[in-house]
Ligand binder design. Structure first.
Ligand code: NAP
Length: 352
């Protein structure tokens, strides 16, 4: 058994010298190095931005979406959408553990990987036969590899697996929101969450409340989504606006927050083009958290400069220590969150 690099560079086929996330292609050989773990996969959770892009590109044709996912994994040795640059994560059963693996996993444990599919060596062996290409969650057979420096969470016994998978996919968002809101210098912090009825959005609402935000504003695209949130107690106020319409969004947020921008704006929308609206909707000295993978760095940086907006902008790093436990704790303590997630993972995309 060979010794791997803890960051997985020994699995990079090309380009030489890249780390796995930036690599064009990884080697998903099932034989593990002595610090690796092999997972027998059961279900992939495609990142929302990636799935939306694939579905849109193929006009909702599930068979074509499935064929493209298979093609990407075959070509790249990982599920790394070349258009959105995003991946997702997976659940499966620990199948083999190298003697020097520091992850503390045991053969037979059911786990969710908490590192992106964009850097996880992956081989699919069932042709995704059990997937209709119409939902983010993909039943799949095959294997995935975790490196020495990876993260995985043992699945909770008390949540249905598809719900746990969906929660853990976006668990970086609530942990980051809690941190950002908690460090604000004054108590009367207002938080606006864009895409608030979605998975990361609803968890972010709960985290903002947990961090004692004074006002939590949910921004959703449709009346239908507003109705889903009403009465859940997750938001103090709800407003309907298109996050890709900068002027309309800023107007809706300031109207809902008594004439001021938000102190913290969290972008949890899964479509491109939300940078300028989020910046305009944020008060001077405030913070924009770009959790969305559809965020453009030039659009955000140049947009803020062009608007002379003195706002801090954070990229939503998917990792914050304790993020998985925190997200699961929020779902456990807010029945409305569990209900939103259950509805979301049980629904075909077209119904939303
Ligand atoms: P999700 O559950 O699909 O939620 C996205 C929400 O945005 C949905 O409620 C959607 O409404 C709404 N939306 C779409 N277009 C909108 C618009 N123009 N205006 C207002 N709202 C709009 O997605 P998610 O899983 O929470 O993921 C959200 C984002 O986070 C994605 O970009 C995903 O790639 C990213 N992500 C980041 C990380 C990280 O580590 N930073 C990790 C995982 C995911 P409809 O349902 O009506 O379309």
């Amino acid at each position: 058994m060979s010794t791997g690099s803890p960051v997985g560079s020994h699995r990079v086929v090309n380009p030489a010298g890249a780390l796995p996330q930036a690599a064009e292609r990884l080697d998903p050989d099932p034989e593990i190095a002595d610090d690796e773990v092999r997972i027998a996969i059961e279900r992939l959770n495609l990142d929302a931005a990636s799935f939306r892009q694939l579905r849109t590109a193929h006009g909702g044709d599930g068979a074509a979406v499935r064929a493209e996912v298979l093609d990407i994994v075959q070509r790249r040795g990982k599920m790394h959408n070349p258009v959105t640059g995003s991946g997702g994560m997976l659940i499966g059963t620990v199948d083999a553990v190298g003697p020097r693996s520091p992850l503390g996993l045991k053969v037979g444990q059911k786990v969710a990987t908490l590192v992106s599919l964009t850097l996880t060596p992956l081989r699919i062996t069932d042709g995704l036969a059990a997937w209709d290409g119409a939902s983010e969650q993909v039943p799949a057979e095959g294997h995935a590899i975790l490196f020495g420096r990876s993260i995985a969470a043992v699945l909770p016994a008390d949540l249905p697996e598809p719900v746990a998978l969906a929660v853990l996919d976006v668990c970086g968002a609530p942990a980051l929101v809690r941190r950002v809101v908690a460090r604000r210098p004054h108590a009367a912090t207002t938080v606006a969450v864009l895409g608030a009825a979605g998975k990361s959005g609803s968890l972010s609402l709960a985290a903002a409340r947990d961090a004692h935000a004074a006002t939590v504003l949910a921004v959703v695209r449709t009346e239908d989504e507003a109705a889903r949130l009403r009465g859940t107690g997750l938001a103090d106020r709800i407003t309907v606006a298109d996050a890709t319409d900068p002027l309309g969004l800023a107007e809706a947020v300031t109207a809902a927050l008594d004439g001021r921008g938000a102190d913290v704006t969290v972008v949890c929308v899964d479509v491109p083009g939300c940078e300028h609206g989020a910046i305009l909707a944020t008060a001077t000295g405030g913070t924009v958290v770009f959790f969305s993978m559809a965020t453009s760095f030039p659009a955000a940086a140049l947009g803020a400069e062009g608007l002379a907006a003195d706002v801090e902008m954070l990229i939503g790093n998917g990792y914050v220590p304790g993020h998985a436990d925190y997200a699961l704790h929020l779902v456990d303590s807010h029945p409305a969150l569990a209900e939103l997630f259950t509805t979301r993972v049980g629904e075909p995309e077209e119904a939303r």
